[in-house]
Design a protein around this ligand. Structure first.
Ligand SMILES: *Cc1c(COP(=O)(O)O)cnc(C)c1O
Length: 370
């Protein structure tokens, strides 16, 4: 944990639970990612975290933003007027198809037929789901039957629909096939996506959006995605005249977010120790959604009493009346009532994926640092 985050977390402990976003850290991280991907367009997948402070910080480094709903598009346009938008996601409504974004990622022949019927101009990529191995991925959007994108037969149907059309222009292919992969695995998928895109009777200046999915390790927060190796690999794969684009979410913003809370109770039940903190998975659903222990640090309270434990396995639970409200399980630590607990890797798929209103506890505060 950076010293500035630790100091700030101590200061806001009284108003916890709260999210703390380290914008200076995000700025440095995004600059490093940008620098590792020369010649590649970098978009940010807004669904990972649409916080305006994060978006403004990222805008200094990215070429655009990937949005997946009318709400996200309107939000980014309000926070960053003029930002380039790419719109993807299954089940787009007619209103969403007509938004007039920089790039529209078409998910099916049916969606393309509706777009053509609307008569609006659009620059499109066809989202493909290729029959490629995605073993080892945390989530698979491709490599088998899923609601995302289309198989080669669907792509052929789209090419037939597009024949002779001028208002809707095919720019290339979108392939966000899996997430939670390392650089080598993602480069392997990129090879498949590029081979497929180049096999199409395609436009000059082919664009290939390779999606996001760069791994974040919650078990080993220091193990970072190898952006340099990925950038070198993409540079070697890119053919002259082609545009390669990536749209990471998690691996850009996960590291800049911290969820700060405090211990209300420590108890031993049937031999196991539980620390109950203010808040819980209705603020930070990530560990419940992904089935991991959220990494954390304990900041001992100055007047720590005797009611805690020292060097024992502790399960950290929240305030919800469900056994699923667990943030970390049987992690060896020392903890006492009044201590501050700071959870890391809480900058992506955290607050916005949580079930905020369950049990009607207060919402957390939001603080931006730097
Ligand atoms: C969610 C999503 C991303 C970002 O994925 P991460 O795993 O957060 O990097 C990129 N593209 C599409 C189409 C997505 O749905």
């Amino acid at each position: 944990m950076p010293d500035a985050v630790r100091a700030y977390a101590g200061r806001i402990a009284g108003e916890s639970p709260a999210y703390l976003y380290d914008l200076a850290g995000l700025d440095r991280h995004a600059a490093a990612v940008r620098g590792a991907l020369p010649g590649v367009e970098l978009y940010y997948a807004v669904k990972a975290n649409p916080d305006p402070g994060l978006l403004r910080t990222l805008a200094r480094h990215v070429d655009g933003f990937e949005v997946a709903s009318h709400g996200e598009a309107a939000h980014v346009r309000q926070v960053l007027p003029g930002a380039r938008l790419a719109f993807g996601g299954p089940g787009k409504t007619d209103a969403e198809l007509a938004l007039g974004v920089h790039r529209l990622h078409v998910e099916s022949p049916g969606e393309l037929a509706r777009l053509l019927a609307l008569g609006v101009p659009a620059e499109i990529l066809l989202r493909v789901n290729l029959d490629v191995p995605v073993a080892g991925a945390a989530l698979a959007m491709g490599g088998g039957a899923t609601p995302f994108g289309m198989d080669p037969a669907g792509v052929r149907e789209c090419l037939d629909l597009l024949a002779g059309r001028r208002r809707v222009r095919l720019r290339g292919v979108h392939a966000h096939l899996a997430s939670g992969l390392d650089a080598g695995a993602l480069l392997g998928l990129a090879r498949h996506a590029l081979a497929f895109a180049r096999s199409l009777p395609g436009p000059a200046g082919l664009e290939i959006n390779l999606g996001g999915g760069m791994a974040v390790s919650y078990a080993d927060p220091e193990a970072r995605f190898d952006w340099a190796a990925y950038g070198r690999g993409l540079a070697a794969l890119r053919a002259p005249g082609e545009t390669l684009r990536v749209e990471p979410g998690r691996a850009l913003t996960a590291y800049c977010g911290w969820y700060v809370t405090r211990v209300i109770d420590v108890k031993r039940v049937h031999g196991e120790v539980f620390a109950v903190v203010a808040g819980g998975t209705h603020h930070l659903r990530t560990p419940a959604a992904k089935g991991h222990d959220q990494p954390f640090a304990v900041l001992p309270s100055p007047g720590r009493g005797r009611a805690g434990v020292t060097g024992e396995p502790v399960t950290i639970a929240g305030q919800l009346c469900t056994p699923k409200d667990v943030l970390a399980r049987r992690v060896v630590t020392s903890i006492a009532p009044g201590d501050v607990v700071v959870f890391g890797l809480a900058g992506a798929y955290a607050w916005t994926i949580s079930h905020h209103d369950f049990l009607m506890h207060p919402k957390p505060g939001f603080h931006h640092l730097g």
